[in-house]
Design a protein around this ligand. Structure first.
Ligand SMILES: [Zn+2]
Length: 80
């Protein structure tokens, strides 16, 4: 058994926007992905983030501007 307690759901969920944007470093990403490997609730949240992000990147065909990213993050945070 690992001494690491692992992340709690709410800790993982606040990191999902950064994860989907590719802004987490390797260590943070690994911790979130480890949690996602066994937590179906957070997997569902992650799927939603991926859908939003994929739609944004396909619709715009460019990197979303920072203002739009901030608005999306704000909207996602407001769903909690
Ligand atoms: Zn979870």
């Amino acid at each position: 058994m690992s001494a690491e307690p692992g992340k709690l759901c709410h800790e993982v969920r606040v990191e999902l926007p950064a994860l989907v944007a590719g802004e987490l470093d390797h260590t943070a990403r690994a911790a979130v992905e480890e949690h996602l490997s066994f937590c179906s609730g957070c997997q569902f949240e992650w799927h939603e983030h991926e859908l939003v992000w994929r739609c944004l990147s396909q619709c715009e065909d460019v990197d979303p501007p920072e203002e739009l990213r901030a608005r999306v993050r704000h909207a996602i945070a407001g769903l909690e």
